[in-house]
Each structure stands twice: as C-alpha cells, then as structure tokens.
Design a protein around this ligand. Structure first.
Ligand code: DOR
Ligand code: ZN
Length: 364
C-alpha cells in the first residue's frame, strides 16, 4: 500500500469496529448512459437507496420529457441487474440553460420526478458546453419559478474566466455569482455542489436562508499533493480540482461537525481508462463502488464516525424534504482492497485509489 491518507495510524482513531446507519443517499452522482449505465447503477444501488442524478449527458437533460426518458433507462438498467425498482430511486435533475423557461420549471415540479436543476457555468466541466453563460442575465424567469415552487438549484460553483487561477475558481464564484444570486433570490434553495474550499465552507455555514452543500469523499481524503505524488496521477483529477491541505481540513470539519447544511454527494464520475490516462485527460473520480468505505475512512481519521449517519443519511433528506430511508447499512472495520480496474461494457474504469487497501468495508 502506498503512503496515503489511509495509513493505519489514521484508521484507528475510534474504537468502533462496526457501524450501522440508516441507509444512505448520494446527493450528487453521474450515472452516464448507454452501455456503461448498467454497471454504474449497480455499484451505486449496492450502497445507496437514492441518488440525485446529474443531467450532464452528451445530449444534456434539458427538459422534463428527457428526464423521464432517462429515468426509464435507469430503471431498465436496474432490472437488468436483478435490482428491484423499490431498492433504488433515481432522483432526476434538469440541466439549466440560457433558455430554460419558467413553464419547464413548473412542469418539473408537478412531475414529482425532478428534484433539482443543475447550474453548469458554460465550459466549467464535462459536457458543460450547453451550460449557462450569464446566470442573472439569462435565467431570471427560471430562477424566479424555482424560488416560487421550492425547486433547488444545484450549483457547480466555479467561474470559467481564464484569467482566474484554477485553484481560485470556487472562491471567486462566491463573490461574482453566489452572493448576487442569493441577493436577488433569497428564498431559493441552493446546494453548493462538491465544495472544495475553506471559503466555501465559511460561506455555506454563515449564509442566511436555505443553503446547503455536498462534499465528496475524495475532497475529504486528499489534498492537491495527491495529483502529483510520484508523477502525474490522472485518476485523482476532478473538477473542482483538489485543493491545499487547509481546505481539506475545513471540509472534514464541516462534514463531521454536526451542521445539517453539509451532506454526502460522491460526484462519482466514470470515464473510460483510456480517456483518463490521456494527453488531455477527463475530469472525474469513480467512487461509486466504494463510496461508503471511503467516507468511513475519512470520518474515522478524525474520530467522528458517530457523525457519519447524519452526513450520509439524515441531512440530505431533511434539505430535500424527503423521508429518511427505512433500511440500514452496516460498515465493518476490516481490510478492503480496492480493485485495480473495473470492466464496464466495452471499456474499463479505474476506481479512485485503485489497488490500495481501506480499513472499512460495507457488509453485504
Ligand atoms: O470531476 C468532475 N467530473 N467534475 C464535474 O463537475 C463533472 C464530472 C463529470 O461529469 O465527469
Ligand atoms: Zn458532478
């Protein structure tokens, strides 16, 4: 095992060897489409009862009709895996564009199928070309309708201005977009997705009104050194990119600190191995397979396993106005070796920290 954050000394801070929590949910997930969907959805359904499904397909999910069709493909993929429809619920989202209408938002709310609308600033990340060019200038009617009907805005919080340093994109987004947005729409429910900085934690902690944030396992476990440890490591490359250690520590404090504003969102984002290990590698870490093992490792590292249930299973449903899941999930302190590679359809995906050993495993 390499010298990483998962060293044994970090694994044994709490005496607990077994942890049973209400079945968790993933409030930020990329399932993709087509041939890989079947494998990807099975990994998630093994651990989570529900997931917020990101809409950044190659042809983005910009309407309720497209969300319904995608939902049905996900359900077919579950059935193909022998997974009961009742065992996993995909919570669909719409992809916000400059042209999203208030009528589409009202239709989305009425559908009962759509639980959020995702803001991708144009050019910010994978499949974001159709994203928003100027939020307040172009999306006023949609945002107004969302505020009115209680439809959350899920935010990829990075500016795309090429003059801004890559590592500062989230902090600048708060000043340039988040603050003006929330001044204009103070009652809009907002989820600051995949938070990565101390500035983000401070903003969400102190904000007035209905603001929350998801935090990934990789941003809890790694700082930006992980990208360069022994050479460039593309499987640690995601957006927003990993940050300095002080930011990782702020995220761990937020996730484990008992505030209901922070909850679990893996941002698990599979890319074929060949497109990660590439001259212009794709952004995204695949963590759906071992998400709860990774989160347990992060919480255990600071002796806060007792806070995992709130973060993984309680805070998200409370924010989204959904019930807590009925079933449970049990984690056991035992060695878990992360597979080196996962065959998927006609390709393969390398999971985060492939080949390393974690100290926690989900009990089958
Ligand atoms: O690392 C990322 N991968 N960040 C995103 O925002 C998108 C995601 C993807 O879809 O691959
Ligand atoms: Zn994402």
């Amino acid at each position: 095992m390499q010298n990483t954050l998962m060293d044994n000394k970090l694994l044994n801070n709490s005496g607990t060897d077994m942890l049973t929590i209400a079945r968790p949910d993933d409030w930020h997930l990329h399932l993709r489409d087509g041939a890989v969907l079947e494998s990807v959805v099975a990994d998630t359904a093994r651990q989570f009862a529900r997931a917020i499904i990101m809409p950044n397909l190659k042809a983005p999910v910009v309407s309720v009709d497209l969300a319904q069709a995608y939902h049905d493909r996900i359900c077919r993929a579950l059935t193909a895996n022998g997974i009961q429809k009742s065992a996993f619920t995909p919570l669909m989202t719409l992809y916000l564009t400059d042209n999203t209408t208030a009528a589409e938002i009202i239709k989305a709310k009425a559908s009962g199928l759509v639980h959020g609308v995702k803001l991708y600033p144009a050019g910010a990340t994978t499949n974001s070309d159709a994203g928003v060019t100027n939020l307040l200038k172009h999306c006023g009617p949609a945002l107004e309708a969302m505020q009115e009907v209680g439809m959350p805005l899920l935010v990829h919080g990075e500016v795309t201005d090429p003059d801004i340093d890559l590592f500062d994109r989230e902090a600048v987004f708060i000043d340039r977009v988040m603050i003006p947005l929330r001044r204009a729409f103070p009652d809009l429910k907002v989820v600051f997705e995949h938070l990565t900085t101390r500035e983000g934690v401070d903003y969400v902690t102190q904000a007035q009104g209905p603001v929350a944030a998801t935090i990934t396992a990789h941003h809890l476990l790694y700082n930006r050194n992980a990208l360069f440890q022994g050479g460039i490591r593309p499987h640690w490359y995601c957006l927003p990119v990993l940050k300095r250690e002080q930011h990782r520590q702020a995220l761990v404090e937020a996730a484990t600190g008992g505030s209901g504003r922070f909850f679990l969102g893996t941002d698990s984002a599979p890319h074929p191995k060949g497109l990660k290990e590439h001259a212009c590698g794709c952004a995204g870490c695949y963590t759906a397979l071992h998400a709860m093992e990774l989160y347990a490792t992060a919480f255990d590292s600071v002796g806060k396993l007792d806070q995992l249930e709130a973060f993984a299973s309680l805070n998200g449903p409370a924010f989204y106005g959904l019930p807590v899941n009925q079933g449970t999930l049990t984690l056991q302190r035992q060695a878990y070796v992360i597979p080196a590679e996962l065959p998927m359809a006609d390709t393969s995906v390398v999971p985060l920290a492939a080949g390393e050993t974690l100290g926690w495993a989900v009990r089958a």
